[in-house]
Ligand binder design. Structure first.
Ligand SMILES: [Zn+2]
Length: 335
């Protein structure tokens, strides 16, 4: 598979003790393609950052598909997200040989153990709790429909919490937001703190009982953007057992906004030095960001990051973990 092909092309020694746990897979924890297309078949081929065909050119691939709507009108946001969810479900129904939406542990295990080179595994995430309004029963309905990751907010405060780009409407997580976190964890929906304000972050860290993730955020000590995580926050996520997805947005990679592969590696190195490689994954933000780092044109280039890590003499196992296994293992526990 792809990572192993990269290994052998670099003439590194192969892992001598590969167990069944050592499947080779890419996992990307954030992508906005659903809000950029209008027809299910566009998921498989398009001219944007991400399509299933190019994702699968890396090897086995699991993509978190984000439901996303921009604007201040909550009803409009909800309508957009529901339309995107319907499109993902229709894609799976119409093209079962090309896409599998993963809803549970068994489906995840089947997907990773039975290599199907032309099928993308997908998880449904929502970027902003606007989709549930102020209703826990809506959260439950969406879980039934396939929702497995809840990014509590985007760039506005909402009924659940304050955003990193918001006005501190609640001073962190609202009373309703606390109920949402608790119910989501009971259901098996993973809480995602990317876009949350610092106060929201620490409120979640305090009340959550399960691992939580930052699906697409980098290190604030390297790039001072408020969307990035402080060292303390990185440690909190690791303590919870969660994973951090490295975001390829140049503005989140360095303070100049012009980024390349080296900048991506610097964030990986930093998290690695703070808490270890087992808490690092990718949340590339394809089709949610306007520009990409030099050398990366889309999902087909994720292998270049892997190659760069191998050239730096990262251990094979650590590189496989970062490429996908850290998130896969977390999902195996959480779904
Ligand atoms: Zn985002």
């Amino acid at each position: 598979m792809a990572i192993l092909m990269i290994f052998s092309s670099l003439e590194t020694h192969s892992d001598t003790n590969k167990g069944t746990d050592d499947m080779d897979i890419f996992f990307d924890a954030h992508c906005d393609i659903l809000s950029a297309i209008t027809k299910p078949e566009e998921l498989f081929s398009n001219n944007r950052h991400w399509d299933a065909e190019r994702a699968l050119s890396n090897g086995n691939f699991i993509q978190v598909l984000s439901l996303f709507g921009e604007g201040r009108n909550q009803h409009e946001i909800k309508d957009k997200m529901e339309g995107q969810l319907a499109m993902a479900l229709l894609a799976e129904k119409s093209y079962p040989e090309r896409i599998k939406i993963i809803r549970g542990k068994d489906e995840l295990s089947n997907f990773v153990n039975c290599s199907e080179p032309h099928k993308a595994g997908c998880l449904i995430e929502v970027e902003g709790a606007e989709v549930i309004g102020e209703s826990l029963s809506e959260l439950e309905r969406l879980y039934e429909a396939g929702l497995r990751i809840l990014t509590l907010c985007w760039n506005y405060d909402n009924a659940v919490c304050d955003s990193a780009a918001g006005d501190s409407m609640h001073n962190g997580l609202s009373a309703f937001g606390r109920q949402v976190v608790e119910r989501a964890e009971e259901l098996g929906i993973i809480i995602d703190v990317s876009h949350a304000s610092d106060k929201t972050f620490f409120d979640i860290a305090e009340i959550s009982r399960k691992p939580f993730i930052a699906s697409h955020s980098n290190c604030r000590s390297i790039c001072s953007h408020r969307r990035n995580l402080t060292d303390e926050q990185i440690k909190c996520i690791a303590e919870s057992g969660g994973v951090i997805g490295i975001n390829l947005c140049p503005d989140f990679l360095n303070n100049s906004g012009n980024a390349g592969l080296t900048d991506i590696i610097r964030h990986i190195e930093h998290i690695s030095s703070l808490v270890g490689t087992e808490y690092i994954g990718f949340g590339c933000d394809f089709d949610g960001i306007e520009s990409l780092p030099a050398g990366i044109s889309g999902v087909q280039d994720m292998g270049k990051i892997i190659e760069a890590l191998l050239r730096l003499n990262y251990k094979e196992k650590d590189v496989e973990d970062i490429a996908g296994l850290n998130f896969v293992r977390l999902m195996q526990v959480m779904l």
